[in-house]
Design a binder for this molecule. Structure first.
Ligand SMILES: Cc1cc2nc3c(=O)[nH]c(=O)nc-3n(C[C@H](O)[C@H](O)[C@H](O)COP(=O)(O)OP(=O)(O)OC[C@H]3O[C@@H](n4cnc5c(N)ncnc54)[C@H](O)[C@@H]3O)c2cc1C
Length: 198
């Protein structure tokens, strides 16, 4: 009864933590080591550990929560290049165009136009965003159908290509270059394709 209430809370948390670790270890295939004689029944140390002082639960430990996964060790994130960002964004946009319906709804047409406008403001390469804004001003989004949107996108991509001295892509081959996502049972179709409000 004389136990500090915070200490009790701390012990409860530790029990829950141990419980979760046991079940996680079962899930990812870490089984108790039969010959293990130490305090931990596991071959590998737990994913994280909580140290507590039984005398003073508020005492600072040097590292109260330790992540042991080497993938989570503090490493500086490698920067994303302008080229990587560009390729990823074009992949996203052309894949979206490939799946854009022949008869889009009003909402889908609006969403696509909004998305492109948002890119001209938020694209995380300012020089590219500013240039793209000019490109869109001169070539307003056409999204009346799959064919219209994918051809429009191919055209504006070529405008960017030209400005960078890259080869122009033959837009009659855009459907061959950019296919729909390989998804089972139409799970990747753009939502709302069958709406009667198109
Ligand atoms: C909106 C936007 C604006 C950008 N603005 C700039 C900028 O101002 N300055 C800058 O340095 N970079 C910019 N970039 C990045 C640039 O466009 C390229 O993505 C980057 O240089 C990498 O080029 P890449 O040669 O790998 O091919 P990407 O141009 O990234 O193309 C990827 C793939 O798409 C296919 N492809 C190429 N052209 C077309 C087309 N017309 N239609 C369909 N498919 C095609 C090809 O198979 C190509 O390999 C921009 C990117 C985006 C998305």
């Amino acid at each position: 009864m004389s136990e500090n209430p915070l200490q009790a809370l701390f012990h409860n948390f530790e029990h829950v933590s141990n419980f979760v670790q046991r079940h996680l270890s079962n899930l990812i295939g870490l089984h108790p080591h039969p010959q293990s004689s130490g305090p931990s029944p596991f071959v590998r140390p737990p994913l994280f550990s909580i140290s507590s002082s039984s005398k003073n639960p508020l005492a600072k430990t040097s590292n109260p929560v330790q992540l042991r996964d080497s993938a989570l060790e503090a490493k500086p994130a490698s920067p994303v290049s302008k080229e990587d960002l560009g390729r990823a964004t074009w992949t996203f946009l052309h894949t979206l165009a490939a799946q854009y319906p022949d008869n889009p709804t009003r909402q889908q047409k609006k969403d696509v136009k909004d998305l492109v406008q948002i890119l001209t403001r938020l694209y995380p390469c300012k020089e590219c965003a500013d240039h793209f804004k000019e490109v869109i001003r001169a070539n307003p989004v056409q999204a009346g159908s799959h064919a219209e949107f994918s051809q429009w996108l191919c055209h504006v991509h070529n405008v960017v290509n030209r400005s960078l001295g890259k080869p122009v892509f033959p837009c009659e081959r855009v459907d061959a270059r950019w296919g729909k996502l390989d998804c089972e049972q139409k799970a990747c179709e753009v939502i709302g394709s069958t709406s009667i409000f198109g």
